[in-house]
Design a binder for this molecule. Structure first.
Ligand SMILES: [Cu+2]
Length: 470
């Protein structure tokens, strides 16, 4: 195999340059030289310079794998290998991935393309790749043991098939899957339509990302692969808020977002400020009669969803998983609810014994963002992110759709914070307040109780106590 080097220079979004596709200088008889990318930045769309033209996608905090044409066949080279992924600034994870990153690069082809993919295994154990959702010959489906022998460590295998139908797909190992997916091995695949398709609209912006999850103890680097449900890092393309780039679009752009789920649970993905249609699944474009507007769509395990909308509301719109624990970073869940518990006095006594002891949660958990709690090195804060009006108190699967009037076509640069027109931001009311009447008696019941309680219980509403100095 040829030596691996970053011969193909990508410019990040910040650089603004558009990358062209790479054709290896190595003889066509040899393997295409693998292209490696280690920057976690969102790369500019890879405009095709060979094969059929198409409107390329933008992979959030990711990139598209260049190919070479070899007698009409699109040739790609994936290298399965250990990688270091910066999941958020200040927090790096030791994962497994492809070509320098987890997830691996996005593969983009056109319906009808013959595709040849070389897969070199640089992992310490065998692997294989399953091309999730593709129509292909059975022996190319990638289930080790069933459709092919596993690719031993150090060996290179070749997959070859025709991308028969347009749509949104993904790839992942089908050998020791539990370990290899928990370690971050996965990638996106987009097959663009060959001719105008009535069910596939043209869009100005086309984004894609995978939902993944890790269990990495605070202060450590390697995911715990045995975790089944209680993950502590919920990520998009192995990035967590505030490390997930914003989706920057021009006012009135038609926008498509493609999402695939390779975690162990479902994620209701929610967009603020706009209604969208689900225009495709891993089964292909959805018939128009099945589409309805919504603002949240559930992406179940192993599924892909493709949503589309007109970005016709200017502003900074939150875009996130609606499971509130999935918009948090590493934290313990076995913590009692302390809302309304008054710690005054007790904390002081404990402080005499344990100087670092901290009381948390008596007014809710928002205090977490203002506390200067010492956290181990290489640990993401539980909730963080400084917005224009203060802390956003988020983590995990959270990003922002930025819609701007003056965003140039094809420009994906972050335009900064939205400047709200005068008088359009929620603000404090300073007029007189009235105390509303509250209903005091017990509620009704459908049938009389058989046993009456000895006395009625009185539960006190927990209201914030006004106290300072903690
Ligand atoms: Cu979620």
């Amino acid at each position: 195999m040829t030596s691996r080097r970053d011969f193909f220079k990508y410019a990040g979004i910040a650089g603004g340059a558009v990358a062209a596709s790479a054709v290896s200088r190595v003889a066509m008889a040899a393997l295409p030289e693998p292209v490696i990318q280690t920057s976690p930045n969102t790369m500019a769309p890879l405009v095709p310079n060979s094969g059929r033209a198409y409107n390329p996608v933008v992979t959030l905090n990711g990139w598209t794998l260049p190919w070479r044409m070899n007698q009409g066949v699109k040739e790609f080279h994936l290298v399965a290998e250990p990688v270091v992924r910066e999941m958020a600034p200040g927090f790096k994870a030791h994962l497994w991935g492809y070509n320098g990153q987890s997830p691996g690069p996005t593969i983009e082809v056109v319906e009808g393309d013959r595709v040849r993919i070389f897969v070199t295994n640089k992992l310490p154990e065998h692997t294989s790749i399953h091309w999730h959702g593709q129509r292909l010959p059975n022996g190319m489906d990638g289930v080790a043991g069933l459709n092919q022998p596993a690719i031993p460590s150090g060996k290179t295998f070749v997959y070859e098939f025709v991308a028969r139908r347009p749509g949104t797909f993904m790839y992942h190992p089908h050998a020791d899957e539990m370990t290899q997916m928990a370690m971050g091995m996965m990638g996106f695949w987009v097959t663009h339509p060959k001719v105008k398709n009535d069910l596939i609209d043209e869009v100005q912006r086309d984004f894609c990302f995978l939902l993944n999850a890790y269990d990495i103890d605070p202060g450590s680097y390697t995911p715990k692969i045995m975790t089944m449900l209680d993950f502590n890092l919920w990520s998009w393309n192995s990035r967590i808020f505030p490390g997930i780039d914003s989706l920057n679009v021009r006012l009135n752009d038609k926008v498509r977002i493609r999402i695939g789920n390779l975690t162990m649970t479902n994620h209701p993905i929610h967009l603020h400020g706009h209604e969208f249609l689900v225009t495709g699944t891993d089964g292909g474009p959805t018939p128009k009669s099945t589409r309805w507007h919504e603002v949240t769509t559930d992406v179940a395990v192993g599924q892909m969803r493709q949503i589309e909308f007109l970005a016709d509301e200017e502003g900074d719109w939150a875009f996130h998983c609606h499971k509130s624990h999935h918009t948090m970073n590493a934290m313990g869940h076995n913590v009692p609810t302390l809302i309304g518990v008054d710690h005054r006095g007790i904390a002081k006594k404990i402080n005499n014994l344990i100087p670092d002891y901290m009381v948390m949660g008596e007014r809710g958990m928002a205090d977490m963002t203002e506390m200067e709690m010492p956290i181990p090195d290489n640990t993401a804060a539980m909730m963080t992110g400084q917005g224009p009006f203060g802390s956003v108190e988020m983590g995990g699967m959270f990003s922002v759709l930025k819609v701007r009037r003056n965003q140039k076509p094809g420009d994906y640069k972050d335009p900064g914070w939205y400047k709200h027109p005068e008088g359009t931001v929620a603000h404090e009311y300073t007029g007189p307040l009235t105390e509303p009447a509250r209903f005091k008696a017990e509620g009704g019941q459908s049938m009389p109780r058989a046993q009456m309680p000895a006395k009625t219980t009185e539960v006190k509403v927990r209201k914030p106590s006004s106290h300072s100095n903690h």
